[in-house]
Design a binder for this molecule. Structure first.
Ligand code: AMP
Length: 418
């Protein structure tokens, strides 16, 4: 058997190898083992890797290696640009860059910029240019339109969570940014899923990329124990409290469908004596940062969040994820459960399956090749029958099984033939 790769064997220099050791990382994760050598060689990379796979370091490490060894940039220039869909993810990437670059002899300037906060300090911070700029697309374009950031010398462009960038409606901004950076550059694109928009973006942005695919099949994620519990919708908060009492999970991330529900469920939990906070996009940046910090420090045990707000969250020791509401998109199921059981730790992912959501949960399971036993917790036995959601046009469509445009066209054609 060949020896598993070490960080040094991937081609990284001694300083960065030491930095990984200082973070307690014993060996590269699969995505790092594949992406680091390809990126160090200077080529483009197209990686399908979810959060939790160690993808951030897989692009930060080779980037820092190349920047540390490369020529000094001139003032005002930006050497590397990392785009992320949310402020939280941008901030987290910034932290990884800071942590890994501390060991380098050359001091690299890193700037993180995102919307929702005053633009002036960001303009000031960018005055001398930067080795690495980590940005959300909208704010980056605002800065560019004010001539506060010069992108004409970017040699490496990294698109992180490209599927989310597109989901959040950043397609036009991405096009505009691609037009601002030089066409001769290295580009790395990361995405957890590959909807057609991402394929198009990859075609536009990448040149002859190395393809890397380290998607976990849900069943192959042995460190995440997945559970499905049948429960009546009105009893979910009580069931959640029961689980919190019976599971020794220090920090729990609860997913709900709406902004309103984050506040509502967090309030109900607090009423039951459970320290809980809500995280959603409509809270101010300060309030979001505070909620996250309280959660990370263990002051708040439960964070109730929407998908968007939780995107890119990296909380160490997160031992349980609860789908209080199921994700609307099946792909988000993996994103959500991947928040726990990260980098070798064990985790539990619990989905509450109400009568209304049963058909939808079947769909999610089918999509991921799962067949989880539906558990019933004593004291929380469901009393409601499966609800078949019928649509108003009488087609009897169940959510996710609604007739597609193609189906309707096919039916119309069949009617004409009759
Ligand atoms: P990411 O997929 O980039 O969000 O990373 C998920 C988590 O894995 C982060 O908490 C990293 O600090 C951690 N991590 C990244 N690489 C390694 C590694 N090689 N060994 C152990 N933990 C790692």
């Amino acid at each position: 058997m060949t020896a598993p790769p070490s960080f040094a064997s991937l081609g990284l220099g001694a300083s960065l190898v030491r930095a990984t050791a200082e973070l307690g990382w014993e060996a590269p994760t699969p995505v790092q083992a594949r992406v680091v050598p390809a990126a160090l060689a200077g080529g483009d990379v197209w990686a399908q890797a979810p959060t939790g796979s160690g993808k951030t370091a897989s692009f930060v490490l080779p980037l820092l290696e190349r920047l540390a060894a490369g020529p000094a940039r001139s003032t005002r220039d930006v050497s590397a640009l990392i785009l992320a869909p949310t402020r939280e993810l941008a901030a987290q990437i910034g932290e990884v860059v800071e942590a890994l670059s501390r060991s380098l002899e050359r001091r690299l300037v890193t700037r993180v910029v995102f919307g929702g906060v005053s633009i002036n300090p960001q303009m000031m911070a960018l005055r001398g240019g930067a080795d690495v700029v980590i940005a959300t697309p909208g704010r980056l374009l605002d800065l560019s339109s004010k001539n506060a950031v010069a992108l004409g010398r970017v040699s490496t462009l990294i698109l992180d969570e490209a599927d989310r960038l597109l989901d959040q409606g950043f397609a036009d901004e991405l096009d505009a940014i691609l037009a601002l950076v030089p066409s001769r550059r290295q580009t790395l694109l990361f995405s957890a899923t590959l909807p057609s928009g991402v394929e198009g973006l990859a075609r536009a942005a990448l040149r002859d990329p190395t393809r890397v695919d380290v998607r976990p099949v849900a069943e192959d994620a042995p460190d995440i124990r997945q559970r499905a519990i049948a429960v009546d919708a009105p009893r979910r908060t009580q069931l959640l409290r029961h689980l919190l009492e019976s599971e020794p999970s220090p920090s729990v991330l609860v997913f709900v469908a709406t902004t309103y529900a984050t506040e509502h469920v967090a309030r109900k939990l607090r009423g039951l004596g459970v320290p809980a906070a809500a995280l959603h996009g409509k809270r101010s940046q300060g309030a979001r940062t505070q909620a996250l910090a309280d959660f990370q420090r263990g002051k708040v045990r439960v964070l109730v969040a929407t998908d968007v707000a939780a995107r890119g969250l990296d909380v160490s020791g997160l031992s349980m994820v609860v789908n209080y509401d199921l994700p609307r998109a099946a792909a988000d199921y993996l994103h959500r459960i991947g928040r726990t059981g990260r980098a070798g730790a064990t985790g539990v992912a619990v989905s509450f399956v109400t009568a209304e959501a049963r058909a939808h949960f079947r769909l999610i399971q089918r999509r991921h090749g799962l067949d989880l036993p539906r558990e019933v917790v004593p004291g929380f036995e469901p009393t409601q029958d499966e609800v078949v959601v019928t649509s108003t046009d009488g087609t009897g469509g169940v959510k996710g099984r609604r007739k597609s445009k193609k189906d309707k066209l096919r039916e119309a054609a069949a009617r004409e033939r009759e």
